[in-house]
Design a protein around this ligand. Structure first.
Ligand code: CA
Length: 268
């Protein structure tokens, strides 16, 4: 049999920076509970086989027989991982994957960064490439070796936790990935300039605190010149505009003092 998924090795480990470590037990602040894994698979025998074995290996499997059921569970149980079959009765698994990556519609609560492994009988190179293009993190072809699958899931989980450890920040609907410099509001990607991003990151360091203009100029622009407040104000105003896509106000101007990220309580 040909190597079942050479494409998997090509997936760059974007979030690692060479510090891949065993995670279980090392994560004081992470969920210490068993990781929840959603299995979207219409073939009953395969699904039960996976659920039984993953449960025995310390996961909490949650089973879905269709894309619709899978979507509901992915939004409802906040899993750490997902296995998605492609040939599903109601919708192609790739569509479900694309929906996850887009974060779903507003309020759908799909995690766009959820580690997803595709498990499919479609073995052609084109299928595998398409899977990665749609955003899967790994692709395993049926028939599969369970121990290899489990090892691959463990690797995905480590990467996911490394990413969290490296400080993805979530403030209400706003999400910031300092490593990739990506920002989302309600799952919708927002493009920021370098300085806008730096300003956002500074404010997100303590979302309800008011940062003075001087502080921000020093921290973000690295200078103290008072005359430069117009630079700060124009960046802050552009940033506020860009982050308003979800209708929620971020970057609050506190007259005479400076800025803070959110007004009042933080909803997470
Ligand atoms: Ca199937």
């Amino acid at each position: 049999m040909a190597d079942s998924c050479p494409a998997a090795v090509l997936k760059p480990m974007l979030h690692l920076r060479g510090e891949e470590q065993p995670v279980l037990g090392a994560m004081g602040t992470m969920k210490p509970t068993t990781p929840t894994i959603v299995i979207v698979e219409d073939d009953g025998a395969t699904r039960r086989f996976l659920a039984d074995n993953l449960a025995a290996d310390g996961y909490e499997p949650v089973e879905a027989r269709s894309a619709a059921e899978g979507r509901r569970l992915l939004a409802g149980v906040s899993p750490e991982l997902a296995i998605i079959d492609l040939g599903l009765p109601d919708r192609d698994g790739l569509e479900l994957l694309a929906e996850v990556r887009s974060g779903g519609e507003r309020g759908a609560r799909l995690d766009p960064h959820l580690p997803v492994l595709i498990l499919s009988g479609r073995a052609a190179e084109l299928d595998r490439v398409r899977g990665f293009e749609r955003g899967c993190d790994d692709y395993v072809v049926k028939p599969f070796s369970y121990s290899e699958l489990r090892a691959r899931l463990a690797a995905l989980q480590r990467r996911g936790q490394a990413r969290l450890r490296l400080g993805r920040v979530r403030v209400g609907e706003l999400e910031i990935d300092p490593l990739s410099r990506e920002v989302w509001v309600g799952g919708q990607r927002v493009e920021l300039s370098k300085k806008e991003f730096a300003l956002l990151r500074a404010l997100a360091g303590d979302p309800s605190r008011v940062f003075t203009r001087e502080e921000l100029l020093r921290g973000v622009w690295n200078f103290q010149a008072m005359g430069a407040t117009r630079t700060l104000d124009s960046h802050a105003s552009r940033l506020r505009k860009k982050l308003s896509v979800g209708g929620q106000a971020f970057v609050v101007n506190v007259w005479g003092i400076g800025y803070r990220l959110v007004d009042g309580e933080i909803s997470t």
